[in-house]
Design a binder for this molecule. Structure first.
Ligand code: GPP
Ligand code: MG
Length: 301
């Protein structure tokens, strides 16, 4: 029998009893995904993040202020578009963070697929909680840890070059966890099994994700193009609920954010200095009903 620690699991550092250097990738596919994120330097991510050092790897939600497009000065116009897109991405991050709570500063949260780290900083700023972010990209983990050091929150927010399917973190140590647009890189059963293991009973799991619409049929041309663009594999909506049900995650709130996701893409399309070429595909995918932007919050029971 394993020795049971006396301390509250929420205050124990996750690394305490785990191997120091777990192998981060499990497959050739995961190595290719890591390669993508180790070389990714899209201005749409770096220039937005630079504004307030909150680096996000997700899209925006809500109504866009399109008056930024009317700015006559070209340089200022670019700047105002960048700022507006960042505001929409920040609103998305804030919405996700709202569903994690309430949380207190002794609580610990798990950010699965943390990218350059913005989401964990948002959670820490909001709740004062500890956060552990995990990314398969060594470069992203290093970048995110540097950001935490610059903010002076490295004692509470740490990023790890690990695999979110097998973190090695302590069982039951987390009050909340999430995937912000990162579920499409993994098998949901393996992912939710790890979240269920890490979350304490009554803990909260949240995801915001792009999924394909079962009612449309199968994956559309646009969904396939998005998969090819990011090297991912977008799941159908149904699979989320099946896999959650199999892993003690019970949905408490489901929100279709598809209509709220469109203005971001319509504005991003106009940003010549930021576009990556996937903008029209997202708009078509949302408009033809084949693809949905969904928030799911679930309780770990
Ligand atoms: C955006 O990251 C998200 C993904 C790559 C996962 C795919 C998401 C779906 C909803 C299908 P990003 O911010 O790095 O992308 P971009 O560089 O296009 O802004
Ligand atoms: Mg982005």
């Amino acid at each position: 029998m394993h020795h049971q620690h006396e301390e509250s699991p929420l205050t124990i550092t996750p690394d305490a009893s785990t191997p120091t250097a777990p192998v981060p990738t499990h497959s050739t596919y995961q190595t290719r995904v890591a390669d993508y994120w180790n070389t990714e330097e899209n201005p749409v991510n770096l220039e937005l993040g630079r504004i307030d050092d909150l680096y996000h790897h997700h899209y925006g939600i809500g109504a866009a202020d399109r008056s930024v497009l009317d700015e006559p000065d070209a340089g200022l116009r670019r700047e105002r578009i960048t700022t507006e897109l960042h505001r929409l991405e920040q609103d998305q991050a804030d919405l996700l963070a709202t569903h994690l709570g309430p949380l207190s500063p002794v609580d610990r949260v798990f950010d699965a697929g943390c990218g350059r780290g913005g989401g964990s900083v948002v959670a820490n700023l909001r709740y004062g909680c500890h956060a552990d972010g995990v990314t398969i990209s060594a470069k992203q983990a290093e970048f995110a840890n540097e950001q935490a050091r610059k903010r002076g929150i490295e004692d509470k927010v740490a990023y790890h070059h690990r695999n979110m399917l097998a973190t090695g973190f302590r069982t039951g140590a987390y009050a909340a966890s999430w995937n912000n647009e990162s579920t499409m890189y993994v098998e949901l059963d393996l992912l939710f099994a790890e979240h269920a293991r890490l979350l304490r009973r009554g803990g909260r799991y949240v995801t915001i994700t792009g999924c394909y619409n079962d009612a449309y049929g199968r994956a559309s041309r646009e969904v396939s193009l998005i998969n090819a663009h990011y090297i991912c594999d977008i799941h159908p909506r149904s699979e989320y609920f099946r896999a959650m049900a199999r892993n003690r995650l019970v949905p408490v709130h489901v929100e279709d954010l598809t209509a709220d996701a469109l203005p971001y893409w319509q504005l991003r399309k106009e940003a010549d200095h930021l576009v990556t070429g996937i903008e029209d595909t997202f708009m078509t995918a949302y408009e033809n009903g084949s693809f949905q932007y969904l928030l799911i919050a679930a309780d770990r029971v």
